[in-house]
Design a protein around this ligand. Structure first.
Ligand code: FAD
Length: 772
């Protein structure tokens, strides 16, 4: 063994998506950063070694996909990867290399792979001086000193070694009265899992399970308890084992048991199950993961303890730094060794789109909700942060917060906060009380989204800025046959979507307004009855696109429309309505139809940005309809909710407003957006946030995917001293966030972004322009 000491500002332990994002964020924010990871590839559970597909809020909420560092990586992966990522277990090395490439391209970031953190060296009872690690294949001990440490090991190894308080198991209902908490506190955690992948050989191939594999004989074990072998290609999250084992100390025993079971499940599917045998005939077991993914172990106690109540009530935290939106997804302790796989799956809620009305499913649907910085700051240590599944949340709250889109957002926030703390010499209390606005601003600047905070800096630096455009899009509505560009609507698959067009429950369609007059709205409806049917219609004002209240306020209008038998028909609702003053341009109305099973409201192929639909799952609650589809409607006069001033809203996705400039699709490209100032403004850089990539999760999209809405070719021009200069020209873009800077500041009176081509959409569109 040889020994070496390194000194850094920030050391991040564990290179899952939380640690990856934390390290990149810390380095980008000026801290000398080191990332230590005990596997040969980055990504943790998402890596090709484990193969869990990163999920997040967009699985349940349209336009809620996580942005910032995680979206840079995921957009890059889809654009570069030749392979479809259908399910868990399909991840290939392209993803590992995308992550590795991003780390390599980050100045100030040192990476140690295959390096296991073994312990800590304390400066005093509340301060870590260094972590001790071993490079497993190099007979080398590392002593890594730093000002701040971030524990992203999942198991909270650093926190444990530093003597921090942590919890493991389930809180009982008596402690926080959480709806999903079990009656009694216990040591139960969710389990570890491995995945397998099968390949079509084009001819029948045999499979013989080893004698030590589990022998499955009982169809009800699979089909009645939420373990549906629904695809011959593999990818089953329910190959999971936790209790009676300890997910940390019995990890190897669990791995062996999982291997026995995985082989047994494939044996069942291929050789015994009448429902799958034929389909499996030509399939061979190609890959079986041997690095189990862990869902749950230690949760380190932080300066706030987030419970399920915070999630369900969407608590507004002053120190909000991230958001979540996966459902409260708690698997049955024991997994394969228990009776059912997961309460929701056993009643059909997880995998069966028709069962989203069950009480359990309705209770589990949550978000988007805010996450506070304080759950990332260890209570018992003054220089230890954490991000990932080991943060300060209850077992029930971990049910939603553990998915990797969310953990990566936490990581990015921890990295930003750590770097800022180091630069300012501030401790955790100051980060929360004095620096939080700056942390939030930095996150927003990097294209992140916070449900309850918008960018103040953008508003103040752009005061006095006038925004105009060559055109902006009127919204006439969409018909079922209007061509669409959102590939992600077609491909995916098994999250609850409720694609039934029939009005089995209340249905709402968001419609962005410019606050003017509304003469009529027409809806594309069919009536399966033999005579006309009167349907109740309600026009409401929505606070934002995830305002799932069935009654968000007093209706702006109510009425009845008569739907003739058969169809589809365009049925008109005459409104002749002057919208009340105070409704902002780009904000959302909601048109609801009350239920009548004879009536269907047809979905359109094209999605108008932000214009998603929802359906009632309980008397008070709605949820996203379809995959973020727009239902067919026409409106007159056509509002113009995508006006150019939306690019200064400080929000880079549809939320309370569209927050998006869209050029008129009837006018050919190039189209441009122009910022102008009465007094010249010194500018040396421009940051642009482009649309696309938000409506669904990344693996809904095919190989080599580039979002149609995203500008492909564009240039930036600046007018200075009466002369126009081109300061940037880009071709072949598919990324959402682009920065351009030049050496000499220019005294600009006007700045133009000229979009000459998109990746498929006829309109040019932009969420945000920042000039510095
Ligand atoms: C089978 C399964 C299915 C799941 N399904 C989904 C899903 O579909 N989508 C989704 O988003 N989430 C899913 N989850 C949850 C999600 O994968 C985890 O919650 C998530 O990986 C947590 O991220 P993390 O970065 O905190 O931890 P991890 O991904 O576990 O990363 C932590 C990394 O730290 C490394 N490490 C540990 N100890 C040390 C040490 N001493 N020194 C150095 N490095 C160390 C580990 O090797 C690990 O790679 C699933 C989990 C499992 C197990």
């Amino acid at each position: 063994m040889i020994s070496r000491t390194e000194t850094h500002d920030v050391v991040v332990c564990g290179g899952g998506l939380a640690g990856f994002a934390a390290a990149i964020a810390a380095a980008r924010n000026g801290a000398k950063t080191c990332l230590v990871h005990n596997r040969p590839v980055l990504g943790g559970n998402s890596s090709s070694e484990v193969g869990v597909t990163p999920h997040g809020a967009a699985a349940f909420h349209a336009y809620a996909r996580e942005t910032g560092i995680i979206s840079e990586a995921l957009i890059e992966e889809r654009a570069r990867n030749h392979a479809e990522i259908y399910e868990n277990g399909w991840t290939n090395s392209v993803w590992d290399i995308v992550l590795y490439d991003m780390v390599q391209q980050t100045p100030g970031l040192i990476l140690h792979l295959n390096t296991d953190v073994r312990g800590v060296e304390m400066a005093d009872a509340r301060t870590i001086r260094a972590v001790h690690a071993v490079i497993q294949n190099a007979e080398t001990e590392l002593r890594l000193e730093a000002r701040t440490f971030i524990d992203c090991t999942g198991d909270g190894i650093v926190a444990d070694a530093a003597g921090c308080h942590w919890r493991m198991g389930s809180e009982g209902k008596d402690e926080f009265q959480e709806p999903h908490a079990p009656e009694k506190a216990s040591k139960d955690t969710m389990g570890n899992s491995i995945h397998f992948l099968c390949r079509d050989m084009g001819r029948p191939v045999p499979f013989k399970a080893p004698d030590w594999a589990v022998k499955h004989e009982d169809a009800s074990y699979f089909y009645e308890q939420g373990r549906i072998p629904k695809d011959v290609r593999g990818g089953f999250w329910w190959i999971e084992i936790g209790v009676p084992y300890d997910t940390i100390h019995d990890s190897e025993t669990i791995r062996h048991e999982l291997t026995r079971h995985a082989l047994g499940v494939w044996d069942w599917m291929k050789n015994k199950d009448p429902k799958t045998m034929e389909a499996c005939k030509n399939y061979a077991l190609d890959w079986i993961g041997q690095v189990p993914g862990k869902r749950e172990s230690r949760r380190i106690t932080g300066r706030y303890f987030m419970t399920e109540h915070d999630v369900l009530n969407r608590t507004v935290f002053p120190d909000e730094i991230a958001f979540g939106g996966w459902f409260v997804d708690l698997h049955t302790p024991g997994g394969l060794l228990a009776k059912t796989s997961e309460p929701s799956a056993a009643v059909g809620g997880h995998d069966n789109e028709y069962d989203t009305f069950s009480e359990y499913s309705a209770m589990s649907y949550c978000g988007p909700y805010g996450i506070p910085l304080r759950i990332l700051l260890a209570k018992d240590c003054d220089n230890l942060m954490m991000a990932g599944r080991n943060v300060s949340v209850t077992h029930a709250a971990l049910g939603t917060a553990r998915v990797m889109g969310t953990t990566a957002l936490m990581g990015e926030a921890a990295g930003v906060a750590a770097a800022l703390g180091v630069a300012r010499g501030h401790g955790f209390d100051q980060l929360v009380s004095e620096d939080i606005a700056e942390i939030q601003e930095r996150l927003l600047r990097n294209g992140c989204f916070l449900p309850n905070h918008t960018s103040n800096a953008l508003a103040s630096t752009l005061q006095g800025t006038k925004v105009t455009a060559s055109s902006d899009a009127p919204v006439h509505g969409v018909a079922p046959e209007t061509p669409g560009f959102h590939e992600g609507l077609k491909i995916w698959k098994d999250q609850p979507q409720y694609s039934i067009e029939r009005l089995e429950s209340r249905r709402g369609q968001l419609i962005a307004t410019d606050g003017g007059r509304l003469d009529f709205i027409e809806l594309c409806l069919s009536n399966s009855g033999s005579s006309p049917v009167e349907v109740d219609v309600v026009l409401l004002q929505a606070d934002h696109i995830w305002d799932y209240r069935t009654e968000p306020g007093a209706p702006l209008a109510t009425g009845k429309i008569s739907v003739p038998s058969g169809g589809p028909h365009w049925v008109r609702w005459n409104l002749s309505l002057e919208l009340p003053s105070g409704i902002e341009a780009g904000s959302f109305l909601r048109l609801d139809l009350l239920p009548d099973k004879r009536i269907s409201w047809h979905a359109a192929q094209k999605v108008i940005p932000g214009h998603m639909a929802m359906y009632a799952i309980s008397p008070a609650r709605m949820r996203r309809f379809g995959n973020g589809h727009t239902l067919a409607y026409r409106i007159s006069p056509a509002p113009r909710p995508f006006d150019p001033a939306q690019v200064l809203s400080g929000v880079t996705r549809p939320h309370r407003r569209t927050n998006l400039w869209v050029s008129d699709p009837a006018q050919p490209l190039p189209q441009h957006l122009e910022l102008s100032w009465e007094k010249p403004r010194m500018i040396s850089s421009v940051q642009l946030v482009f649309p696309g990539h938000l409506i669904r999760e990344y693996h809904a999209y095919g190989p080599f995917y580039r979002d149609a809405q995203c500008p492909r070719d564009y240039r930036i021009e600046v007018e200075s001293d009466g002369v126009w200069r081109e300061v940037a020209a880009v071709t072949d873009n598919y990324q959402r966030l682009r920065r351009h800077s030049w050496e000499q500041s220019l005294a600009a009176t006007r700045l133009r972004v000229v979009v000459t081509a998109t990746n498929g959409d006829p309109s040019a569109s932009i969420y945000e322009v920042r000039c510095d």
